[in-house]
Write a protein that binds this ligand. Sequence first.
Ligand code: F0G
Length: 360
Amino acid sequence: MTERLTGTSAAGGLLERYRDRLPITDETPMLSLGEGGTPLVRSRRLIERVGCKDLYFKLEMCNPTASFKDRGMVVAVARAAEARVRAVLCASTGNTSASAAAYAAHSGLEAFVLVPHGRVARGKLAQAVAHGARVLALRGNFDDALAIARNVSEKHPVSLVNSVNPYRIEGQKTAAFEIVDELGDAPDLLFIPVGNAGNITAYWRGFVEYYQAERAGQKPRLMGWQAAGAAPIVRGEPVDDPQTVATAIRIGNPASWEFAVTARDESGGQIDAVTDDEILAAYHLLAEEEGIFCEPASAACVAGLFKTAAESPESLRDRTIVCVITGHGLKDPETALAIETEATEVDADLSAVESAMGLA
Ligand code: F0G
């Protein structure tokens, strides 16, 4: 056990790479499942609809559990293991639970995850179950789950690994470092989905830190996007019964609300909302015209980019833009199959296949 907790799991993980910029100690186990170092892919087709100088997608869905959560989770779980807690706990719309379960399994800790009953995309549940987490399906929403998780962690020796855990934000800021390192500077604009508001907080911290260290000559304007049925920050008040097809960001009272507003204002950016129809349109276009299959929540920021292009195209001209693609489309197969045309059934026969392909 001790050896497992102090050993190096793999070379080149986030903890190794950003050792100097992360809150880790000589005692912190250098866990890694290969998180970070995700691709920054240049748009080939959607850029024509946007009319900017350069458009990139930061593919955070390429992390080990297929979402950006792994960057923060590796730090939070490593510190929990160092503190010799028995278990980690989180409330989650799905991705945090998948990531917590994986890193807990990797480090030999127990994981408890509290998810809103019936509202978690099946791929994410499959991950938590596969990694051996204790999954509690709460008869309530994410906000209820987070409130209870906080209470439990105050009363019992389990480590809360939601983004209210400062180690999560610290780990997630490394995505901003990578973007600057790859582009040679910060982009002009960063488009990002907003749910519990930890990630927009983390990016801002990363960009500010690199700017102060003179690793970047500028900071980007942060453009955050909530779903219209779950847009408390846009409305300026909590939403009691948030609703959206983008279940990952179905959150009515974000924990990092104030930090997100600070990030928005300090960066001269905005936090706005897109409808489910706009989210699904962007989700399709990303898959069909860029080859990027993300989950609906991730497409919210691209929907926001299209909305901005329609409403104020001049604000995008000559700009370098990065969209954060937070999670993989395979996590939510129901949404993909519900709205895609069904597969065409065909006999196992050459001419039947040719005619189905329109080649007969
Ligand atoms: N995109 C995806 C795919 C997410 O899973 C989340 C949040 C967000 C965007 C929003 O990020 O909360 O930092 O503003 N998912 C959390 C979870 C809430 O439990 O997995 P945020």
